[in-house]
Design a protein around this ligand. Sequence first.
Ligand SMILES: Cc1ncc(C[n+]2csc(CCOP(=O)(O)OP(=O)(O)O)c2C)c(N)n1
Length: 756
Amino acid sequence: MKPVPPDQVETHFSAAVSRLAPGGPARQAGGAAPQPGGAAARPVMIRENSALTAARCLELFDAQLASRHLDLAARWLQAGGTGFYTIGSSGHEGSAGVAAALRLTDPALLHYRSGAFYQVRAGQASPPRDGVRDVLLGLVAAVADPISGGRHKVFGNRELNVIPQTSTIASHLPRAVGLAFSLARAAKLGVTAPWPDDAVVVGSFGDASANHSTAAGAINTAAYCGYQGLPLPLLLVCEDNGLGISVRTPRGWIAASQSGRPCVRYFHADGADLAAVYDTAVSAAAWVRQRRETAFLHLEMVRFGGHAGSDVESGYRGAAEIAADLDRDPLLGTARLLVEAGVLTPAEVLARYEASRGRVLAMAAEVAGAPRLTSAAQVMAPLAARRPDAVAADAARAAAPATRGDAFRGRRPEDEGPLTLAQAINRSLADALAARPEALVFGEDVARKGGVYGVTRGLLGRFGAGRVFDTVLDEQSILGVALGGGLAGLLPVPEIQYLAYLHNAADQIRGEAATLPFFSAGQYRNPMVVRIAGLAYQRGFGGHFHNDNAVAALRDIPGLIIAVPARPDDAAAMLRSCLASASADGSVCVFLEPIALYHERDLLAPGDDGWLAPYDPPWRWADAHVPPGRARIYGFGDDLTIVTFGSGLRMSLRVASRLGREGIGCRVVDLRWLAPLPVQDLLREASVTGRVLVADETRRTGGVSEGIVTALIDGGYAGLLARVTSEDSFIPLGDAAATVLLSEESIEEAARALLK
Ligand SMILES: Cc1ncc(C[n+]2csc(CCOP(=O)(O)OP(=O)(O)O)c2C)c(N)n1
């Protein structure tokens, strides 16, 4: 196959380099300027007043060249049908200077155009990695791709501390903020993080991305933390090429919108001038590292080759405008530095350029046929990595008796008598904080107030503000702290105040948390237990936003664990299982708490205390372990199986009791877990009676019942089957709510119909 013919960027580069006028006598890049009187030799600097040495500049030039030729190789591979990704870094090679200003141990979350950064970072490893090979393996979706194992083309590498990113622009910035926050927090709590205490987190992104609410929220949160004196060592790098695909960023917008913010120090450099980028990045990195404060490094760049290989740039930019960018080619900028400093001649620059092309293309040809993933099992392996035995063992982990006694101020929960659901969750959180020094509980109103419903009451006083804290009112940032915290060795237990408010931040679970093990072939995990107060039936309170019953946005996320505890005893055991799954398996767990059951006491009659349960002491935790995906069965009736969960359980048990008085035998299956769905338990209990009623408080469309019915059919169940659900509606205020929600009456009516 023929190489890609030279485009105007290449033609302009070689012509412009040929015209460069060498400055002074050629010097060895690694050489040193002679000192008067034989004093110690000083390294040769690439330019007066720059801290970039000639030797380092030459190394960075090689990284820039490799990055440029990787873009050309990507197009060559795609033309040959063996490459699958052509979004390049051409014009953005100034990012090499940012990498050079940072350390290998500074965690990096990179923009898809930070290819030169990646090449420099690869060279910082000892021994140096072959960054070109890494990227090529990603382009051809090879199993040997060191980060995703053939699942995506991303910049990432565990050894290089480059955490892979998704294609959703800016979605990595809440995690970057969370990681910077968590590194400092882990150090304070004595938790060992995979990065040094003085590490700087770097997150790069484009100029259009800077406008995304995710970026705006993340930058605001960084500032908000800094304003309160909280350490937030984050270097935000905006690679500003003035375009978001075809849409122009208004001239001067990034500087105008990002400079002068409180607690986010603004730095600016010309991205085509490597020495300027390096010097400015050195200052910005020092600012962040020493002050533990956030900095915003604004690099003005150009974009060559359109947005991606498929993008016809001439459709939205004039030829003159495109040509005007050619003089701002960062490779030309670095060539100028090297030639003017006498390090290389123009001919040597061009020879180096061609040598780099030869090396990259030869390697591209070598990896083009590398083996790819060939089965669903291979593709999905990182999603299925569960270790039930390790989870069971971890779930039984309690604090030493003395520590536990202190945590509960002498009154152990098992001695309190029967507890409500809210109390059981509260005591379980306290047990988790006592047993797991890395656990953090945080969210809106969780600390001083103790939660809207008192579920986290008292935890701040007992465990301190380092571990139980109120956050900024931004669900994306709350989840970002969890995303970063998990990477930093913490066990985050964030709270989303109401299920309705998960939805404006759902991508942080769907697109970020859940995908990380997939795109890193299991090398990175996101341990977290996201507590969400939700579901309906708050009597006379709240309307839709406090009674939202939609879980569709969660149910189809591969690998996610979703717990819906209905009863106090299950809540405690299930929370321990979630914490253990997060801790032992790195699982992303959602713990959906039915608000209406928080303070419920009765089941069948006022004062019967049927919805209370005593708290298990630690010695019972192993026996009481509830593995994810196991249901709980109530009753032994042979006539009808009611399948339900959450508030539906209480209603179904009441219906079953009434039917029982008429001699109709029911068994009620509390699924407890919406993911993984307890399919085995479901099929077993369905086949006993041959009559199944699904009582589901979520919506008829996209609700849980669709999954239950499908699981029954898929599993070969051939008996009678019906479902009652809530309506495809939002929840109105006041008594009208009952008109659209699953009710005890509708369950009973459907049960009787099924029994006829
Ligand atoms: C949330 C989201 N919306 C839309 C897209 C589609 N998209 C991909 S790149 C891009 C433009 C990004 O521009 P910018 O941030 O300036 O980065 P650049 O590509 O110019 O380096 C868009 C709209 C996306 N990836 N993510």
